[in-house]
Design a protein around this ligand. Structure first.
Ligand code: NAD
Length: 357
C-alpha cells in the first residue's frame, strides 16, 4: 500500500509528523513517500505542484495531505499560489466527492459555541461536489469594461456551471452514503435564483427515485446555513455543490468546537483518495508546536477505511483518539479548565501510546 505524504506549509509539517508516527505504529505494510507541495514546492521548484509531486500522488493508492498557504504568497500570480496545488490535485486525480464529517465528541461538547443540547451526539456528513461549479467554470477573468455596469471601470467574472453527469455521480455518492447511515439526504442549492441549481435539484430528484429507501429533502443554501446553527442534528447527509459546500462545511466544522478535530476525504471513481484535515496551514500558530494534529490523524483513519480497505486499523485509530480525549489531553484550541494542555507532538505520542494499549 503506497501512500504519498504531502505535508505542505505552516502547521502542515507539524501535524503530518504526528500522523506519520501513528501510521508507523500500526505495523502495516505501508510504503510512505514524501514530496513538497504548496509554498514549500514553489520555493524549491518554482511551482506549487511540481510534476514529480503530481506523479507521486497519481501513482499512490492514497495521498495524505497536510495544508498549504501563507499570506506571504498573496502577491504571486494566481496560478503560482500554494492553494493552486490542491485544485490541481483535485482536477488531475478526478477527486469529485469530498466527505466532511462533523462529529461532536462527547468530551468536547463544551468547546462548541452552541448550547450543549444542540450538538451533543451530533454526527452529520457533508458531501461537497469538488471538481465543478464556479471554481472550475469558464470563462473567468477580469477586464476594464467599456460597456459594463459602470463604463470605464474594471469588472471581474467567474462562471458557475454544472453538467448532468457531474450531478448524477455526486448524487449516487450521497444516496449510497446515506444508506449506510440514517437514510436521509438533504440536497442544498439556490434553485429560486440560479439555473445551475435548478438542474442540480431536477437531477437529485431523478436519481433519488433509484433509492426509495432514502428520504430526500431539498433546502435553499441560505436556509441551510441557518438550520446548521439552529438544529444541526436534523441533518444526516447534506449534499451540495462546490461553493456552497465550501462555506457550509466550514460552518458545520465549527459546530463541533475546533476545526483542528475534523478530517476530510476526497475520492475519485476508483476510490483513490486525498485525505486532509479540514483546516488550512494556520500561519498564525505555525512553528509554535501547539497545532492540533487530531484532524490529520483522523484523516489517516479515513484513508485506511476508504482507499486501503483497512477498516480494523481505522477503528483502532479512532478509538485511540477517543481514549486520549477521555484522558483529558487537549491541545490549546480545545483546552478548557480541568483538562491537561499538551503540545502537538505530545498529542501524537499519546495517540501512539493509546494504540499500543
Ligand atoms: P486556517 O484553517 O489555516 O486557520 C483558521 C484558524 O483556525 C486560525 O486561527 C488557526 O490558528 C486555527 N487552526 C487551524 N487549524 C488548526 C489546528 N490544527 N489546531 C489549532 N488551531 C488551528 O485558515 P486561514 O487562516 O483562513 O488560512 C490560512 C492559510 O491556509 C491561507 O493561506 C489559506 O489559503 C490556506 N488554506 C489552506 C487549506 C488547505 O490546505 N486545504 C484550507 C484552507 C485554507
Amino acid at each position: 500500500m503506497k501512500i504519498a505524504i504531502l505535508p505542505g506549509d505552516g502547521i502542515g509539517t507539524e501535524i503530518m509528523a504526528e500522523a506519520v508516527k501513528v501510521l508507523k505504529a500500526l505495523n502495516l505494510p505501508l510504503e510512505m513517500e514524501t514530496a513538497l507541495v504548496g509554498g514549500a514546492a514553489y520555493e524549491a521548484h518554482g511551482h506549487p505542484l511540481p510534476e514529480s509531486t503530481l506523479n507521486l500522488a497519481k501513482s499512490a493508492d492514497a495521498v495524505l495531505f497536510g495544508a498549504v498557504g501563507d499570506w506571504k504568497y498573496d502577491k504571486l500570480e494566481r496560478h503560482l499560489r500554494p492553494e493552486q496545488a490542491i485544485l490541481g490535485l483535485r482536477k488531475h486525480m478526478g477527486l469529485f466527492a469530498n466527505f466532511r464529517p462533523a462529529i461532536c465528541y462527547e468530551q468536547l461538547v463544551g468547546a462548541s459555541s452552541l448550547k450543549p443540547e444542540l450538538i451533543a451526539g451530533l454526527d452529520i456528513l457533508i458531501i461537497r461536489e469538488l471538481t465543478g461549479d464556479i471554481y472550475f467554470g469558464t470563462p473567468r477573468g477580469r477586464r476594464t469594461a467599456t460597456d459594463g455596469l459602470f463604463p470605464g471601470t474594471e469588472e471581474a467574472f467567474d462562471t458557475m456551471r454544472y453538467s448532468r453527469p457531474e450531478i448524477e455521480r455526486i448524487a449516487h455518492v450521497a444516496f449510497q452514503a446515506a444508506r449506510k447511515r440514517n437514510k436521509k439526504v438533504t440536497s442544498v442549492d439556490k434553485n429560486n435564483v440560479l439555473e445551475t441549481s435548478q438542474l442540480w435539484k431536477d437531477v437529485m430528484v431523478e436519481i433519488g427515485q433509484q433509492y426509495p429507501d432514502v428520504e430526500l429533502e431539498h433546502m435553499l443554501v441560505d436556509n441551510a446555513a441557518m438550520q446548521l446553527v439552529k438544529a444541526p442534528k436534523k441533518f444526516d447527509v447534506l449534499v451540495t455543490g462546490n461553493m456552497f459546500g465550501d462555506i457550509l462545511s466550514d460552518e458545520a466544522s465549527m459546530l463541533t468546537g475546533s476545526i483542528g478535530m475534523l478530517p476530510s476525504a476526497s475520492l475519485n471513481s476508483k476510490n483513490q483518495g486525498l485525505y486532509e484535515p479540514s483546516h488550512g496551514s494556520a500561519p498564525d500558530i505555525a512553528g509554535k508546536g501547539i497545532a492540533n494534529p487530531l484532524a490529520t490523524i483522523l484523516s489517516a483513519a479515513m484513508m485506511l477505511r476508504f482507499s486501503l480497505n483497512q477498516e480494523a486499523a481505522a477503528q483502532r485509530i479512532e478509538a485511540a483518539v477517543q481514549t486520549v480525549l477521555q484522558q483529558g489531553l487537549r491541545t490549546a484550541d480545545i483546552y478548557s479548565e480541568g483538562t491537561t494542555k499538551v503540545s502537538t507532538s505530545q498529542m501524537g505520542d499519546a495517540v501512539v501510546k493509546a494504540l499500543a494499549a
